[in-house]
Design a protein around this ligand. Structure first.
Ligand code: FAD
Length: 401
């Protein structure tokens, strides 16, 4: 008898942890597992602001997928998914290759959201993937080099749109990392302007007043100019156009105003709600028995009413339940209902400050920044044990431990 084929699309937080859980749950020879991702590396999205400024080494953020999985149990395919044909249980890949499945997990993540604002798609940078964060880093270095030739101050004006967690992390990292980059390029840091623009009356408007005040004060001390209650109407390669006819001359705009689910999944004839794959309480795409979806490209309604925010935390809680349910499905056993438990949210603001809430405890300052490091370390531990933490942070290989 042919072994059932399990195919996982996407090796981000949701996909890679599901494949690792399947390695543990499946008996030898029980199923063939294939993990498909468009790059052969997995990246720590929650640390992309660091590669964007060059304050973390590439190896700390991006890791080889074949080294993270057990290749004797999971087959890895580096390929871009173009289509899923659920009638024929077939995944189509760029280049024309197809892969058949019996059980499918769609974990293709998110895309940036530009709200159709003129010029943003063409001119702004995004902190979306490892590659897009490296594009920011190379652009900043280019501006510093060109400034030495033309002394154009707009080259030294770095603007971040959006004052949510990602926006404040990037602002803090710019303030921390730019002095070193300026020194390396022989450019006076005093001439640098870092600006954060937010449409709401404050940064992190969804947080308690004390956290907002703390964050605003930290950013102010870092000499970051905050423009709040102001919408961006458009941008070109040289300026940002704000409401009230204000224009900010700047050659760097990083757009960090929200994400949407990967829109590719909308074209596959599967149930879509709010632009995402609608899933049931077992994380199966509605009206299907063998297609699962987790993470940012899926919509899970907590208590049947509230949708979950697109976070790594959600994807990481869904992954083990999804793996369990795929195995239960192929064994004909009963499935487990997914329940989400919010543990908290923490953002770093540069190296020495952080803000957030864990459980009922409000965090700020060094403890906030430390907690962010602890969360990242715990993720690395789950992904590859203590040796991965050593390798990522100290460049030590498994053989040397
Ligand atoms: P992803 O992790 O995005 O993985 C999707 C994978 O699919 C990627 O590897 C991608 O390359 C691959 N892929 C996409 N399309 C294709 C295709 N067509 N073919 C093949 N492969 C494809 N969440 C938190 O909980 N805490 C945080 O502190 C936090 N910080 C963040 C900071 C930033 C800058 C950003 C952008 C997000 C942050 N998030 C945070 C959100 C978190 O990163 C996402 O919710 C999480 O990555 C979702 O996991 P996922 O598995 O659904 O998708």
């Amino acid at each position: 008898m042919n072994k059932p084929k399990i195919v996982i699309l996407g090796a981000g937080y949701g996909g890679i942890i599901t494949s690792k859980k399947l390695e543990k749950l499946l008996k030898s020879g029980e199923a063939d597992v294939t993990l498909i991702n468009k790059h052969d590396y997995h990246y720590i999205t929650t640390q992309l602001h660091k590669t964007g400024i060059g304050t973390a080494a590439d190896r700390q953020i991006a890791m080889s997928i074949p080294e993270l999985i057990d290749i004797s149990k999971t087959h890895f395919l580096k390929a871009t998914v173009t289509h899923v044909d659920t009638d024929n249980k077939e995944v189509q890949l760029e280049g024309g290759e197809t892969v058949n499945y019996d059980y499918l997990l769609i974990a293709l993540g998110f895309e940036g959201q530009t709200f159709g604002i003129p010029g943003v798609k063409e001119n702004a940078f995004e902190l979306r993937s490892f590659r897009s964060s490296k594009a920011i880093y190379h652009h900043i270095k280019k501006q510093l080099n060109l400034y030495k030739e033309d002394q154009d101050p707009s080259r030294l004006t770095f603007v971040v749109a959006g004052g949510g967690f990602t926006g404040i992390e990037l602002l803090g990292e710019l303030a921390d990392g730019l002095p070193k980059l300026c020194k390396e390029h022989d450019v006076p840091f005093e001439k640098v302007k870092i600006i954060g623009i937010e449409a709401a009356p404050s940064v992190i408007p969804f947080f308690p007043k004390q956290s907002v005040e703390y964050t605003t004060e930290v950013l102010r001390k870092l000499n970051i100019q905050l423009i709040t209650s102001t919408k961006i109407l458009g941008c070109t390669a040289d300026k940002i156009i704000l409401e009230n006819k204000i224009e900010v001359p700047a050659k760097t705009l990083v757009w960090s105003c929200g994400v949407q689910g990967n829109t590719i999944v909308q074209k596959w004839g599967l149930p879509i709600e709010k632009g995402k794959l609608a899933v049931d309480s077992y994380l199966r795409v509605k009206n299907t028995k063998n297609v699962f979806s987790i993470g940012d490209c899926s919509l899970f309604m907590k208590d049947g009413k509230t949708s979950l925010a697109p976070t790594a935390q959600v994807a990481l809680q869904q992954a083990p339940v999804c793996a369990k349910n795929i195995v239960a499905s192929l064994r004909g056993e009963s499935l487990t209902t997914f329940e989400y438990h919010h543990k908290g949210s923490v953002a770093s603001i540069g190296l020495s400050a952080g803000v957030g809430k864990v459980g009922t405890v409000r965090l700020s300052g060094l403890i906030g920044s430390f907690m962010k490091l602890v969360i990242e370390a715990r993720y690395l531990f789950n992904l590859g044990g203590p040796s991965l933490i050593l390798k990522q942070h100290f460049g030590v290989n498994r053989e040397q431990v």
